[in-house]
Design a protein around this ligand. Structure first.
Ligand code: SF4
Ligand code: SF4
Length: 478
């Protein structure tokens, strides 16, 4: 454990660390643009320079190994001069179009300009123009004028997603990030991470382009239900104090974008593109709106009464349990039904056409977020219906009604619009993950919580509430 000194303070560093890593780990601030904790060292932005005491020049901290007794200064006069000059250089050809840039409000270049430069360009030469709105992929557009050539995006595709989809062509102020190598960015299932790690507004997500200013939004912690990895995510939606009162009020309850929430044990700082699309593919799917009895809309109380009657009469009921239920819902289901039903864990979601099945980074073949808990509570026996089955409770999607025993009454719980909803004897429309709090346990046994963003519509119910109400029903059943 070499001891180094940062701004005169002793710091115990690990021998494999750089000065930048040791400084950040011990609460010192050193600016960085091209350096990223998960990527190799490029050393090309030059903003992380520090001064070794006794030397009259600066050196980059991201590539400086620690050594016993090393003394560095992070805020000496020549460090400050160098940072200012570096910011002048990095913004030499920058269009300074922060007013219309999606990154404004969370742009490192903008923050560093204010902190370390703060003065207009000293150059009298015309700026070198570059491509605006270059289509890198179906999902991402590139503004080359904003790019500072930090190469984070290029290194990500080489070192993390391994698509080798990007490179830098040309030299000097004609350098441009461009598609390169083996595969186009369209085939990279992790491509949208480059939008997050771009330290400026050069890489833009088309699905978020010009949709909202980031300071209007808040992030609610959540968990991707797209596979059994259970990546931690942030759901970005409008802050209540910025709610629209007379224009499009639907925007107040819309997920504007989805980004990774770092969890070293689960997903690190990354997610796959499936998580980015959850708003479209899951949260905004057409909803089941009302409880029903054989396709006829009824109040919740009537549906509960009908379900109670069916449960009271059944002697050999079977339950198909959702592998997408939260831990809390699964436990409520167990308390309500496990003792008096044959319970089988059901597959709610399978691989969709064109979707990557599995890989070595994050994506898992099981597309259900909580099979771990479902199996722990209900086992993993294959679904089967004994001949004497006289009631089936189906919770969630994924099971064809044609596979159910003929003529047996069905209680069905589902969040989405589906023809089966109207075929069930009793149907309950369920709340979405964005409308309730809970947790999933991923395939590694790690539990992650999700929180509600929006209130649920008045006509839908939480699965947990239904199970609780039916537990009480059984206590009074004849
Ligand atoms: S596009 Fe962004 S991440 Fe890529 S090199 Fe330019 S500034 Fe860096
Ligand atoms: S790897 Fe799985 S859990 Fe993670 S973002 Fe992709 S689909 Fe969601």
């Amino acid at each position: 454990m070499p001891q180094i000194f940062i701004d005169g303070q002793p710091v115990q560093a690990r021998s494999d660390q750089t000065v930048l890593q040791a400084a950040l780990e011990n609460g010192f601030f050193i600016p960085r643009l091209c350096w990223h904790p998960q990527l190799s060292i490029a050393g090309n932005c030059r903003i992380c320079t520090v001064q070794v005491e006794g030397r009259s020049w600066v050196e980059i901290a991201c590539n400086m190994p620690v050594a016993e007794g090393l003394k560095v200064l992070t805020d000496s006069e020549i460090v400050r001069e160098n940072r200012k000059a570096t910011m002048q250089f990095l913004t030499l050809n920058h269009p300074v179009d922060c007013g219309v840039c999606d990154k404004a409000g969370e742009c490192t270049l903008q923050d560093y300009h204010v902190a370390f430069n703060g003065t207009p360009s000293v150059s009298h030469d015309a700026k070198v123009h570059a491509t605006k709105f270059y289509e890198l992929s179906e999902r991402i557009t590139l503004d080359n004028e904003r790019c500072i050539l930090c190469s984070r995006c290029v290194r990500f595709t080489r070192e993390i997603s391994r698509s080798n989809a990007l490179g830098i062509v040309n030299r000097g102020d004609h350098s441009l990030v461009r598609p390169a190598g083996d595969r186009p960015l369209d085939d990279d299932p992790y491509s949208d991470n480059i939008v997050d790690i771009c330290p400026v507004g050069a890489l833009l997500s088309k699905s978020f382009l010009y949709k909202s200013r980031v300071w209007y939004l808040k992030a609610t912690p959540s968990v991707c239900p797209g596979c059994e990895r259970g990546c931690n995510i942030d759901l970005w939606h409008r802050k209540p104090e910025w709610f629209l009162r007379s224009l499009d009020k639907a925007q107040n309850v819309t997920i504007e974008r989805i980004t990774p929430r770092e969890n070293a044990a689960v997903n690190g700082p990354w997610v796959c593109n499936k998580a980015r699309d959850l708003a479209k593919t899951v949260f905004e799917r057409p909803r089941a709106a009302a409880p029903m009895r054989k396709g006829r809309e009824v109040p919740v109380d009537e549906a509960l009464g009908a379900a109670r009657a069916l449960l009271a009469k059944a002697r050999h009921p079977v339950a198909l349990v959702s592998s997408a239920g939260s831990n809390e819902e699964l436990q409520a289901f167990q308390q309500a039904f496990a003792e008096r039903m044959h319970c089988f864990v059901k597959t709610d979601s399978v691989v969709q056409p064109g979707e990557p099945v599995a890989d070595e980074l994050l994506i898992r073949a099981d597309k259900n977020p909580n099979r771990y808990t479902a199996r722990a509570l209900f086992g993993d026996a294959p679904i089967g219906f004994p001949p004497e089955t006289d009631l089936v409770v189906v919770w969630g999607e994924g099971f064809a009604f044609t596979e159910l025993p003929r003529g047996v009454p069905v209680i069905f719980l589902n969040a989405f619009l589906a023809p089966e909803n109207g075929h069930a004897d009793v149907f309950f429309p369920l709340s979405l993950q964005t409308e309730r709090s809970g947790s999933y346990t991923n395939f590694q046994g790690i539990t992650s919580r999700f929180e509600a963003c929006f209130p649920k519509p008045a006509s839908v119910v939480d699965a947990q509430t239904v199970f609780g109400a039916l537990t009480l029903a059984q206590a009074v059943a004849p």
